[in-house]
Design a protein around this ligand. Structure first.
Ligand code: UT7
Length: 324
């Protein structure tokens, strides 16, 4: 049974950078009070990239995909599977994956989206790995991409300061050498109410509330406990000790969640990749963007053991353990 090995990665962030001070000044024009101090102390976020009006998820995803393909030395025509994890698709249908496929010039690969919000990338990666292990695909593109700014209520300071836009991608290939060693996905739909965007389009109209709503403290607590248990579980089933992990690449929502998690797992800070300060929370894009940043600056090297973790709306969470 072949392994699924990550052979390339790429990331793309829209060029418009908005600092906490700039965001606070903008919110102040609508009498909404926030500050760089509050955002930095409570979240570790210093800035976010925001897509300009009219820019859609498939554009960010395609750019990240091109960079991942170039990094892997793979032509788009070689792909036989394309999965996009997103909660902000361009359309109701076709899937964002089909739109990316067309923009890349690939024909014939299976292409579909995965919806698991901020856990979307680890869900999509696990799905692609299962295709490769089962020999139903040999070369897969897995993307996490979001224009999350499009579902934010810019009058809700409790959420709008937390998120950003972006895309990250990896190329996976069937390999005899160890690649992904284990994965664990979970969900608890009964926790839907702590993080959701419960709008819909029906009969030509938006129904319900199309904006993201969150009980931040409930998400915080559940994120730490579920991710710690997931990390322990995936390592146990793969026969790996937590101390053997070279890099933890967690979902980038809040540096306090990441620090709690690192401490709970006994992982020193210098083994944890953090990009939330620069990217904010990019939902499904956060893990592949962080992985790509750490590969490109030379921290994550071939042979390293990497634990990627996602957590978010659903409630969903999951872990993927990969030998790079
Ligand atoms: O991708 C997964 C999704 N999300 C997450 O993982 C987020 C998880 N949760 C969190 O990161 C944190 O709970 C938050 C960053 C969202 C909030 O931090 P907190 O320390 O839990 O703050 P809080 O919700 O308890 O709010 C404390 C105070 C409140 O004021 P009062 O009631 O104490 O007077 C809020 O109204 O901070 C106020 N507040 C703000 N103040 C300034 C909330 N948002 C802001 C803001 N600026 N942007």
């Amino acid at each position: 049974m072949p392994y699924a090995k990550i052979i390339g990665s790429g990331g793309y962030l829209p060029p418009r950078v908005v600092s906490n001070d700039e965001l606070a000044a903008d919110l102040a024009t609508r009498q909404i009070v926030t500050s760089d101090t509050w955002i930095t102390e409570r979240t570790g976020i210093r800035q976010r990239h925001l897509a300009d009006p009219g820019v859609v998820t498939s554009q960010l995803a395609t750019e990240a995909a091109r960079r991942a393909l170039a990094d892997a030395g793979v032509d788009a025509s070689e792909l036989d599977l394309i999965i996009v994890a997103t909660s902000t698709p361009d359309f109701i249908f076709p899937s964002t994956a089909c739109l990316v496929q067309a923009q890349l010039g690939n024909k014939g690969a299976a292409a579909f989206d995965v919806q698991a919000v901020c856990s979307g990338f680890v869900y999509a990666l696990t799905t692609a790995e299962a295709f490769i292990r089962a020999e139903r695909a040999t070369t897969a593109l897995v993307i996490g991409a979001e224009v999350f700014s499009s579902i934010l209520d810019w009058n809700d300071r409790g959420t709008c300061v937390l998120f950003g836009d972006g895309a990250g991608a990896v190329v996976l290939r069937a390999s005899e050498e160890p690649g992904i060693l284990g994965a664990r996905l979970n969900a608890d739909g009964s926790q839907m109410k702590i993080l959701y965007a419960a709008g819909n389009v029906a009969h030509g109209e938006v129904t319900g509330d199309p904006f993201l709503r969150m009980d931040g403290q409930a998400v915080f607590k559940l994120a730490v406990t579920s991710l710690a248990a997931s990390a322990q579980g995936v390592c146990e089933s793969a026969g790996i000790r937590l101390e053997d992990i070279d890099w933890l690449v967690p979902h980038q929502a809040n540096v306090r969640i990441i620090n709690f998690l690192g401490r709970k797992l006994g992982l020193p800070e210098d083994k944890v990749v953090i990009t939330v300060d620069r990217h904010a929370n990019t939902s499904a894009a956060s893990v592949p963007l962080a992985l790509d940043a750490a590969r490109r600056d030379g921290r994550v090297k071939p042979g390293d053991l990497v634990l990627m973790q996602g957590v978010g709306g659903g409630f969903t969470w999951g872990s993927v353990l990969a030998r790079m």
